[in-house]
Design a protein around this ligand. Structure first.
Ligand code: PAF
Length: 280
């Protein structure tokens, strides 16, 4: 695995792989890797990627002033070992000055789909995500890029950006990887104390309670009430039933629906979602 810290190194390695006829797959991450990230490498390979690039960059532009940028978990050595074990070809580890040199002024803003839920609670977050992802796409120039569905709204925002700005990248999405008790894997789970970790699966259970309410013929309000009552005792950011294209309340309950939630347990903010494929 080659480790690159500059844009020119990345371009050189990717150009050589492309000249050798390889399809380039890319998995952007913020590091502190877990099975969820590693599964995206498999998803890219299953899509035909023959050269895998992974980036690790804790992007300051997607953190709000009161968020966890300074304590975001890092484990560069462990991450490198995991990526070596997955036969990754190129790891891009850019310093902040490489991604945002002094004087850089341009941000990417996605419209409607970036506004509700996470967009409302984390102002500027998706501008930061869209900006860094577009920059990474321009640097790596991959054929296919893989993202995890745990960040469902992020997937939708990136999909919208790629379509609106004619970015020549095929997007693929990997399913959320879960611990045995249902907790969605996330680097931020490492913040949880033992006691907090024990109650964390309640978010997934709440989403399932919302699904049950819909399947019993309940309304969006019934489902949201069921989710809230399953989360009593913890701080709720949102627990919503939305249209997975708009992230607004669905106009039609017979279409695919997304049940999405964000809660806070202690100092840790957890998000999760489930999709309901068939009409309830
Ligand atoms: O999902 C993440 O880890 C980040 O938001 C991403 C896509 C790597 C952009 O910084």
């Amino acid at each position: 695995m080659h480790v690159a810290t500059t844009i020119s190194e990345v371009r050189e390695h990717v150009a050589a792989a492309r000249a050798a006829g390889k399809r380039i797959g890319f998995v952007p991450t913020m590091g502190f890797l877990h099975e969820g990230h590693l599964s995206l490498i498999d998803v890219a390979r299953a899509d035909g990627a023959e050269f895998i690039a992974v980036s690790i960059f804790v992007n300051p532009k997607q953190f709000g002033p009161s968020e966890d940028l300074s304590r975001y978990p890092r484990n560069e050595e462990g991450d490198r070992r995991l990526l070596e074990g997955k036969d990754v070809d190129l790891l891009f580890l850019p310093p902040v000055e490489v991604m945002y040199p002094a004087g850089s002024q341009t941000m990417v803003t996605v419209g409607g789909v970036a506004k509700p839920l996470e967009g409302e609670r984390r102002p500027g977050h998706f501008d930061g995500v869209a900006t860094v992802v577009l920059k990474l796409f321009n640097i790596v120039q991959c054929d296919v890029a893989a993202f995890g569905r745990k960040d469902a709204q992020q997937c939708a925002v990136i999909e919208r950006m790629v379509r609106d700005l004619d970015v020549p990248v095929r997007l693929i999405f990997g399913e959320t990887m879960r611990e045995a008790d249902g907790l969605a894997m996330s680097s931020r789970n490492s913040y949880l104390t033992k006691e907090e970790r024990a109650i964390a699966p309640l978010l997934q259970r709440a989403l399932r309670a919302g699904e049950d309410a819909l399947r019993r013929g309940g309304s969006v309000a019934d489902a949201e009430r069921a989710m809230r009552s399953a989360c009593s005792g913890v701080e709720i950011d949102y627990l919503s039933v939305v249209d997975p294209l708009t992230f607004e309340h669905p106009a039609d309950l017979r279409r695919e629906l997304l049940l999405a939630g964000a809660i806070r347990i202690g100092r840790t903010r957890l998000i999760d979602n489930i999709r309901i494929q068939s009409p309830p």
